[in-house]
Design a protein around this ligand. Structure first.
Ligand code: MN
Length: 133
C-alpha cells in the first residue's frame, strides 16, 4: 500500500545520514519529498511548495526548527500543513514545547525504519479524517 500520489513532504534535516534515510523511507512509501537543510531554506520552500506535511528537525545550522514552525503557523500565505518535529532527545517538556510552537506531534531519532512510513501514513490519514468532519 502506498500513500496517495501527490502527497508532498518537506523534510527539514541538516544531518546527511538522517536526511538520506528519511528521504529513502518516504520515497519507498510513495511520498514526494523535498529536502531542506537550513531554517532559511525550510521557510522559503514551505512558502513556495506548500507541502502537505513538514518533518522538522529542531536543531538547524542557522536557527531553531521550532522558530521556523512558529513563523510558518503565523503566515497567512501558507496553506497550513501537518508539522511533525524530529527530535534527537526524549526530554520531558519537549513534547509541550513542540506543541506550543505549532507542531502536531513529534518522532524521535534515530528513526525506527520498520515503522517510519506507516507512522507517516497514519498521521496523514488522521489529517484526512479530521478534514471530513
Ligand atoms: Mn539538526
Amino acid at each position: 500500500m502506498s500513500e496517495k500520489p501527490g502527497t508532498l513532504v518537506l523534510l527539514v534535516e541538516d544531518n546527511e545520514v538522517n536526511a538520506e534515510l528519511a528521504r529513502a523511507l518516504l520515497a519507498r512509501g510513495g511520498f514526494e519529498v523535498l529536502h531542506a537543510a537550513t531554517a532559511a531554506a525550510a521557510y522559503s520552500m514551505a512558502r513556495d511548495a506548500q507541502p502537505d506535511l513538514i518533518l522538522m528537525d529542531l536543531q538547524l545550522p542557522d536557527g531553531e526548527g521550532l522558530s521556523v514552525v512558529s513563523r510558518l503557523r503565523a503566515d497567512p500565505d501558507i496553506e497550513q500543513p501537518v508539522i511533525i518535529a524530529l527530535t534527537a532527545y526524549a526530554m520531558a517538556g519537549d513534547e509541550a514545547k513542540t506543541r506550543e510552537a505549532g507542531c502536531d506531534g513529534y518522532i524521535t531519532k534515530p528513526f525506527d525504519t520498520r515503522s517510519f512510513t506507516a507512522r507517516m501514513r497514519s498521521i496523514m490519514a488522521d489529517r484526512s479524517s479530521q478534514k471530513q468532519i
